[in-house]
Ligand binder design. Structure first.
Ligand SMILES: [Fe+2]
Length: 479
């Protein structure tokens, strides 16, 4: 089966389970216990959830229904991913709540055992409604009076049965109350997290700085500083005021070049002509200001995008290399178009060999700008020293996980590259978290970023990067 379809099927199934879990938990904790009515509607409700998910996934990802970046696709993406963000937050919360609840129950159980109290469940008292029927707590199953249909065994839920036992009543009530308050707190937390995610998404970009040592730079007369910024997605959650603030921030940083690694614009609906006068205010640099095309720049319309980039005063690199003299060595700067293949994997670069064959043969550091990080293995084999990339946005949500020094991005389910440094053979890649947003205006533990690289000579035989962690392509930390 096509791997994209497999991925979407697995993702949709997982999401359907999460949604059902959240709805069941809300019903159980906030409203009332599971009842036969729920059972009757369970399967149709599940089917509706699955169908809604399938439709929204198709609308969000499927380029065969709408033009990529169309209004309908944008609306579907924003609605669906905002909803999923809340569902996933609540899933995690209810799992923790369930764990805490079980722990509380365990404590009561242990206390009862220590006290030597019998935790016997008494049969419940049920008042039969039939005339003359006097059902008592000793009724074992069903009242035998004519026209009486009370079924003792099934009419009460377990919790109500437990509440009849005096010894158990206090802990059970306390637990239910805890669950109700807990569920209400969960909903509040989800709303607060949503607010926090929005404020982080629009926060000022943080500046990540690195010293990069490479023997190819021996002979350099001064440090060369490259500033990377990526994925503005102008037209979706990024308009002229946000872009103006970004340009001001970039102008405050000293450097020899600014490189923009794609997705400057978002879609065909984006008023991209408004971006040119703002981008034109970028400070002139010793080497220049450069850009490459990302997939969304193609969605915005290739001719429009190229025209706007050129009017911005940026030097667009389309499958080409430039060489700069630096002391007695050189810095070779290359840029490649996005391959416009699948949104998630996009690991095929059909024209890469042709491009690599044109790379400069003279000594110097080879730096390649590629919107898509999946180019790293190809670049490493072709003798590229450093790839600067974007596209993934760090997944916009990074979970702090033990054993993962830079956290675990949710984008890891779809891409081996998510954020930070990677190495493949002799080549290294830095994957910037971007400054813009797609799908939802949310970032959690994944602030927008401007990265700054100070290129320096090294007498050692291998390339080194200071101040960070480097992973092998597969994600393993190596230094
Ligand atoms: Fe992209």
């Amino acid at each position: 089966m096509d791997k994209v379809l497999t991925f979407l099927a697995v993702l949709t199934s997982l999401l359907v389970l999460c949604q059902w879990y959240v709805f069941s938990s809300l019903r159980t904790y906030l409203f009332r216990r599971y009842s036969p009515v729920t059972r009757k509607v369970a399967y149709p409700a599940l089917a509706i959830i699955a169908l809604a998910n399938f439709l929204f996934v198709k609308l969000s990802f499927g380029t065969d229904i709408f033009n990529p970046g169309s209004f309908a696709q944008q609306v579907a993406s924003v609605v669906f991913f905002t909803y999923l963000g809340c569902v996933l937050t609540l899933t995690l919360y209810f799992l923790l709540l369930g764990l805490a609840s079980s722990t509380l129950d365990l404590k009561n159980l242990l206390l009862r055992l220590i006290d030597g109290r019998k935790s016997r469940r008494e049969p419940p008292a049920v008042q039969c409604e039939a005339p003359g029927c006097l059902s008592t707590p000793d009724v074992s199953k069903t009242c035998d009076r004519p026209n009486c249909s009370v079924d003792v065994a099934t009419d009460r839920t377990n919790s109500e049965v437990e509440a009849q036992t005096p010894a158990d009543a206090a802990p059970e009530l306390s637990r239910r109350s805890f669950l109700q308050w807990g569920a209400a707190t969960g909903l509040t937390t989800a709303v607060v997290l949503a607010g926090h995610g929005i404020s982080e998404a629009y926060a000022n970009p943080v500046i990540e700085e690195f010293d990069l040592f490479n023997p190819a730079l021996d002979g350099l007369d001064r440090t060369v500083t490259i500033i990377q910024v990526t994925d503005f997605h102008f037209g979706l959650f990024c308009e002229s005021p946000e872009l103006e603030r970004l340009v001001e921030r970039l102008n405050d940083i000293d450097g020899d070049a600014v490189v923009i690694t794609g997705d400057i614009f978002h879609s065909g609906l984006s008023p991209i002509e408004k971006a040119a006068p703002v981008l034109k205010r970028l400070k002139a640099r010793r080497l220049g200001n450069f850009a490459v095309l990302g997939n969304h720049d193609f969605y915005a319309g290739l001719e429009r995008s190229i025209d706007c980039i050129e009017r911005s005063g940026l030097r667009l690199l389309r499958n080409e290399w430039l060489t700069f003299e630096a002391g007695s060595t050189r810095v070779h700067l290359g840029g490649i178009d996005d391959p416009m293949s699948n949104w998630v994997w996009g690991a095929e670069f059909p024209r890469f060999n042709e491009f690599a064959a044109r790379s400069p043969r003279t000594r110097g550091l080879r730096v390649l700008l590629s919107h898509r990080p999946a180019i790293l293995p190809f670049a490493g084999r072709a003798g590229v020293d450093l790839v600067l990339s974007g596209h993934i946005h760090g997944g916009q949500i990074i979970l702090p996980v033990p054993g993962e020094p830079t956290g675990l991005s949710i984008a890891r389910i779809a891409s081996p590259y998510t954020h930070g440094w990677y190495r493949d053979g002799a080549g290294s890649m830095y994957l910037n978290r971007g400054v813009g947003l797609t799908f939802v205006p949310w970032r959690v533990n994944c602030p927008p970023e401007i990265s700054v690289f100070h290129l320096k000579p090294s007498r050692e035989l291998s390339q080194a990067v200071t101040g960070t962690v480097i992973r092998e392509s597969g994600g393993k930390v190596v230094s």
